[in-house]
Design a protein around this ligand. Structure first.
Ligand SMILES: NC(=O)C1=CN([C@@H]2O[C@H](COP(=O)(O)OP(=O)(O)OC[C@H]3O[C@@H](n4cnc5c(N)ncnc54)[C@H](O)[C@@H]3O)[C@@H](O)[C@H]2O)C=CC1
Ligand SMILES: O=C(O)C(=O)COP(=O)(O)O
Length: 389
């Protein structure tokens, strides 16, 4: 079927090539069926009523108004783990930038004046200001052991670091990925007391806003390097600045520039580069394109952040995909409406997740517009799509 996909950010062409050939993609279009996005803020955006799903080519979905989308039956996808390696590698660079004082050192070299001989003298006398520490033997505390945190833990162990981690909701898969040497912290406070490097790998949620605040920083060892490649807002900027001034934080390395912190020589900020490798951009775009195409064509859902995973092989040509609230008797009402219309159900699956649920129904004969409209009037049904193959 011809479908229109609005791209709000640059999405890797290799990913877009995974969409069916009949699909059109553009960064400006009327009545799109789906939206592909990276970090663009969608909170104030008017979402066209034609939109069936939103695909986030990446991990964090705090730029998308998830609750409002759920209420409209719009499925929001992300791409778990697809950019985790890119972030992990940049965090390792960040640890080195912080502890080896690479930015102050580079600034020192840029500011040198004189002939080669004078340069050599200034280098030899000035370099003692930039003495750092090795990663090997240091302790890294990782808050959030999901796709990125668990990969970072593994790499840090390989670099000879001691790793402690905290994640009360770690998934079974992430726990299996963790090397046995990773030690579990009982709390964030316990972790920050013991670490030479603290790295954050949690989503931005009400519960993680200001996770690193003045009280927590006071518990940290003097000379700690703090790394935030998660989101702005998880570290309290004012507290970080006070602590940099006081010397408890040796460096704050972060992917989100802040005007408050930028003037500080030991604040290292990058322009949100964590996932900016060709490999990660391709991985995310391929994964999200395949997910939205399967949803648009078959109603199957994989890696949604607001609806359950659901998939049903196509055995009949006539399918209904129904986004509904997770309330009693939805299935009863849907199957009664179909039976009353004389439609024989071939296969049916319903999955729920929190307040939301999704139902796929294959019937043996064609479904009329009237029945689809009737199903849409059932209280709790958010969206009904007819997907004949
Ligand atoms: N700088 C960049 O370019 C990138 C930044 N990110 C950010 O990193 C975050 C994490 O990404 P992934 O590891 O892929 O996500 P993930 O969902 O695989 O892992 C997040 C982990 O954080 C844990 N968590 C949640 N609240 C917590 C809390 N209060 N304390 C401790 N753990 C908690 C969860 O249980 C989960 O295991 C994303 O949400 C995003 O904000 C992700 C990719 C690129
Ligand atoms: O995946 C994430 O959460 C990221 O922060 C990556 O953002 P980006 O796709 O590079 O705008």
């Amino acid at each position: 079927m011809n479908r229109k996909i609005l791209t709000l950010n640059a999405i890797s062409k290799k990913g877009l090539a995974r969409l069916p050939e009949s699909y059109t993609t553009a960064n400006d279009m009327e009545a799109p069926d789906a939206i592909l996005v990276r970090s663009q803020n969608m909170h104030e955006m008017a979402i066209p009523p034609s939109v069936l799903c939103i695909g986030r080519a990446g991990a964090g979905t705090n730029n998308i108004p998830i609750k409002a989308m759920s209420e409209k039956g719009i499925v929001v996808f992300n791409t778990p783990g697809a950019n985790a390696n890119a972030v992990k590698e940049l965090v390792i660079a960040g640890m080195l930038m912080g502890t080896r004082n690479l930015f102050p050192a580079l600034r020192f070299v840029s500011g040198l004046v004189g002939d080669d001989e004078s340069l050599q003298k200034q280098v030899e006398s000035g370099k003692k200001r930039f003495v750092g520490h090795e990663l090997r033997g240091s302790t890294l505390g990782i808050i959030g052991l999901g796709a990125i945190g668990s990969k970072l833990a593994e790499a840090a162990i390989q670099l000879g670091m001691n790793v402690i981690g905290y994640d009360p909701d770690i998934t079974v898969e992430a726990a299996w990925r963790l090397p046995s040497q990773v030690r579990r912290s009982a709390s964030i406070d316990d972790l920050v007391k013991r670490a030479d490097f603290v790295s954050l790998h949690v989503p931005l949620l009400p519960a993680t806003r200001d996770l690193i605040n003045a009280e927590r920083i006071k518990l940290m060892k003097k000379g700690v390097v703090l790394l935030n490649f998660s989101r702005e807002g998880i570290v309290n900027d004012a507290a970080a600045l006070d602590s940099l001034n006081e010397g408890r934080l040796h460096a704050y390395v972060c992917d989100f520039p802040s005007n408050l912190l930028r003037p500080h020589p030991n604040f290292v900020s990058l322009p949100h580069l964590g996932a900016s490798t060709e490999e990660a951009e391709e991985n995310c775009a391929i994964m999200v394109s395949e997910q939205i195409a399967d949803y648009l064509e078959n109603g199957n859902i994989q890696n949604s952040v607001n609806f359950p995973n659901i998939a049903m092989p196509r055995e009949s040509r006539y399918r209904l995909a129904i986004a509904n609230a997770n309330v009693p008797n939805m299935l009863g009402q849907i199957s009664t409406a179909l039976a009353d219309a004389g439609l024989n159900i071939h296969n049916m699956v319903n999955k729920s997740r929190g307040d939301m649920a999704f139902t796929l129904v294959d019937v043996e004969t064609e479904i009329s517009v009237k029945i689809i409209e009737q199903l849409a009037t059932i209280d709790g049904v958010l969206r009904v799509r007819y997907l004949p193959s």
